[in-house]
Ligand binder design. Structure first.
Ligand code: COA
Length: 179
């Protein structure tokens, strides 16, 4: 059970936040696939990893300074957040920066769950010694941008009309949070 004193308005007391284990791979892929199929939130419209690859990714995150956080209700994963070192951590230049991605199933949104997950990840990153978190969001995704601002992220740059979603162009907004 996960309790958050700061934001008790939600109906998701039964939703547990916990760090992922490799057997969560299938649940994570299902959430990523469902959100991808909505087509309006993420660049990718499918999920790029097989279950085996996702298992490896989780196992690697557990071993290193990365986080895969899942939100689980009654044994079903309803959301996940990844916090990975920027550029896959493949350079000494990026070891201080973590990049966040978050996806929650339709039906579980707008109830404060995203805030709880971000709050967890920000605390986690501080404790692990990260200096900065970054992410990017479509300008059309006002709910996500509003959540990130509420968590302290600030806009750092914008690529105009970087994406076309159906007939609408969206800017890519880069956001950052110094910890
Ligand atoms: C984005 C996402 C992670 C946010 O999580 P969530 O649980 O829905 O968010 P929360 O309920 O914690 O907070 C949302 C906030 O945005 C506000 N909000 C909702 N719709 C909004 C809109 N159209 N414009 C501005 N603010 C909006 C809510 O009021 C709430 O703020 P409040 O707590 O001050 O009232 C989740 O909705 C999601 O997974 N969406 C689909 C995938 C996605 O967009 N991923 C991120 C890609 S960058």
């Amino acid at each position: 059970m996960f309790f958050l004193a700061r934001k008790p308005r939600i109906h998701n007391d039964e939703i547990e936040l916990r760090e992922a284990v490799p057997s969560d791979a299938r649940g994570i892929i299902e959430v990523a696939g469902a959100v991808g199929r909505e087509k309006i939130y993420n660049v990718s419209e499918g999920f790029g990893y097989s279950e085996a690859e996702e298992r490896n990714l989780i196992a690697r995150a557990v071993r290193s300074r990365d986080l895969v956080l899942v939100a689980e209700e009654g044994g079903r994963i309803v959301g996940f957040l990844t916090l990975m070192r920027y550029f896959g951590g493949r350079s000494p230049k990026v070891q201080h920066v973590g990049e966040i991605g978050i996806n929650i199933l339709d039906g579980y949104r707008n109830k404060g769950l995203g805030y709880k997950m971000m709050d967890y990840a920000i605390d986690w990153a501080r404790n692990k010694g990260y200096i900065k978190l970054c992410l990017s969001v479509f300008s059309t995704n006002e709910r996500a941008a509003s959540l990130y601002k509420k968590c302290g992220f600030m806009e750092e740059g914008r690529r105009r009309a970087q994406f076309k979603i159906d007939d609408e162009y969206a800017d890519e907004i880069d956001m950052g949070l110094f910890l």
